[in-house]
Write a protein that binds this ligand. Sequence first.
Ligand SMILES: [Ca+2]
Length: 581
Amino acid sequence: MRKKHPNTLAVVALVSGAATALTACGGSDEPTLPTLAAATPGMLVSCTDLGTKAVLAGTTLTSTTLVASGGLTVDGVTSAMPEHCLVKGEMNRRTSAVDGKSYAIGFEMRLPTAWNGRYFYQANGGIDGSVVTATGPVGGGAPTTNALQMGFAVLSSDAGHNIGAPWWGIDPQARLDYGYQAVGSLTPMAKNLIKTAYGKAPDRSYLGGCSNGGRHALVGAARYADQYDGILAGAPGFHLPKAAMAQMWKVQQYASIATSTVATGADAGQPDITSAVTPDEFKLLGSKIAAKCDALDGLGDGIVSDVKACQAVFNVNTDVPTCAEGTRDGTCLSQPQKTVLANIFAGAKNSKGEPIYASFYADPGVAGANHMLWHYGNSLTRDPGALAFIFTSPPSTQAAFLATTGLKYALGYDIDTSYPKMFATDAVYTTAPWTFMTPPNETDLSALKGRGGKLMVYHGTADPIFSAADTTKWFEALQTANGGSSANFARYFMVPGMNHCSGGPATDQFDMLTNLVNWVEKGQAPEQITANARGTGANVVNTEVPATWSANRARPLCAYPKVARYKGAGDIESAASFSCQ
Ligand SMILES: [Ca+2]
């Protein structure tokens, strides 16, 4: 049964000191900002006829299907979903004048029959290129809920190209769509479609994702603040081209201490970078970081909550035993290994010793499988193509790129000559990669702030590709740019031990979105978010949860700069035994 929801007038922001909660950690130094009115629910009035009813510029709806409530499987996990309308379509179909190929912005929307009045733009990871199922992830690893289940109307897109390989970077408009314009094109379309489907436009709109999705979110916070009320940026790759370039430097660092060569295939005879630091040696490194830093937060529990304090005291050169010449048994590191690992923590440099990206935190999570995957695997399979075709102007050619391997590409990569190409333009590529990939001014979020929008950022302290230390540096700059009062619209939550978006020895299961909605629509600023480990019994078990932890260990993730500290009494597996200080 469906009934038409009465049209409602646009909701006007309530600007009132009484309506805006000044939270415990707030105070008089935080200027009062508007609190936006809460969304009101509605019911789906149109689905299978949307193709004929919706008038959407530049848009073709290819299918409209009412999906019964039931299990929906995404990434191997089946979750119960409410009845919803699945709309598939595309925008801005065109033929590139540069590579002659056909491009469009492909998308799907899932519109629940019982709607909470909100819209969620699901920003996706990697180099995009496929329409990921639009369920609306709420953050972390294997979350137990999602935006669709909560009643949001959710959109997901391929960001303007439908191939996973990076060749689309040859087309200038595909670059711009990937950088930010897909969000700009899709958002008004989606809001119009929602208006037709429910009889009213969304009251409140949210934009969220992790990794490149976190980048989309932060870029959106700057460029499309007039269209979004809440932004959720996970592990934001908002300096993504530099992070990718730093990966080439890491490969070169590891290659410099490789003890064996690749045996077969196109890379035969080249340094085997996986021999540089073995899994056991990364585990040793993680355990030595924990030995030095675990108790800094008041409790030796395998979690380094005070990661900044840890950086001041941990020294790979003095805190890890040095191997005798020729002895490597997993209980020590050689001096060359220590030098390379210290370099990698300090961050990539050019030949003059100038930083090209950021430092990385030393954290026990460096022993995580995802950490090695990014340093040893994705650095060869993902980053070279992204650099060659998307983050360089002009891009490479397929023939030139395919003539080498990822490993040879990385080993031959010249940082000094490549770096300027990130900022270059020419007659065809009129926007530099750095310009389309990053926010125009990453510490100016005044439009979002001024109208009552809110931003929540989270980042794993052991993220091996996008540096949490880089995000911390940006967040502190944002604070400075706002006279120290940015906590009234932007908050940052580090996730100790977490690798890239999930995984590692961490409490990596949490729901940021519900907290974001409560902040935007009720003025409840989030001081801490409860996170759980995914041990035995979890929906998706994280095999890196240490055996010494309870399966569902809980911790508060604290709004920066506070960190979770043990109260000195109580169950150490319970979040209630910790406070953010
Ligand atoms: Ca600890």
